[in-house]
Design a protein around this ligand. Structure first.
Ligand code: 3PG
Length: 213
């Protein structure tokens, strides 16, 4: 799948909801109730970071929840892309991009949402054919003002800003013409998951899903 087609696929996913939850699942038993709560709350697109031992199993389990569109986050290497795809991930998200990772996602038919934080990084990804990018780390890299500035010379790119995004500042990002959705971990706090309080997570998802673009 070419980078251009990958970006078509990730754009379609970004358009499904204003927020993509960034999930760190450290107990495999949490995977299914967490996915159910988020999907019920109106957030169908789920990014499971490959930062925990059970992340791959969580992707496989969450993919079985009706309506869930599950991808892998923190995909850093060709090996990560291969195991995410094998587990059933529908897309991959990376904090940056490398030639090896782009080649692997292209070969694996795994749509990649690659990260970029500077004009040169955005230009390098445009050169490869990507048009849908993650802006990471959104807050430290300049927030909405930086995205607004990038939209002048690089209007062909649409972003999913992630990193330091919250319910409170998400509207500032979502108001921009070059933002399709935002990513954030705030909808699935570690302590709420540890308590198994899935109705609280569903309520956080519902508030996030109500954000206007
Ligand atoms: C991450 O990779 O952890 C994401 O960027 C999430 O960032 P956040 O915790 O600031 O939402």
């Amino acid at each position: 799948m070419t980078p251009a087609l990958q970006s078509h696929a990730t754009m379609a996913l970004c358009q499904l909801a204003p927020v993509i939850p960034v999930l760190v699942v450290d107990d495999p038993a949490h995977a299914m109730p967490l996915a159910r709560a988020l999907v019920s709350g109106g957030l169908p697109v789920l990014e499971v970071t490959l930062r925990t031992d059970c992340a791959i199993d969580a992707i496989a389990a969450m993919s079985r929840i009706p309506g869930a569109r599950v991808g892998a986050g923190t995909v850093l290497t060709a090996h990560d892309a291969a195991r995410a795809k094998a587990a059933g991930a529908e897309f991959a998200v990376s904090p940056g991009a490398t030639p090896d990772l782009v080649a692997a996602c292209t070969a694996e038919d795994l749509p990649l949402l690659p990260g970029a934080a500077t004009a040169s990084e955005v230009m390098a990804l445009i050169e490869k054919g990507y048009r849908t990018l993650k802006f990471f780390p959104a807050g430290p890299a300049g927030g909405p003002a930086m995205l607004k500035a990038l939209n002048g010379p690089l209007p062909q790119v649409t972003f999913c800003p992630t990193g330091g995004v919250s319910l409170e500042n998400a509207p500032d990002y979502l108001a921009l013409p070059n933002v399709a959705c935002v990513g954030g971990s705030w909808v699935a706090p570690a302590e709420t998951m540890a308590r198994g309080d899935w109705s609280a997570i569903e309520a956080l998802a519902r508030a996030a899903a109500a954000l206007r673009r």
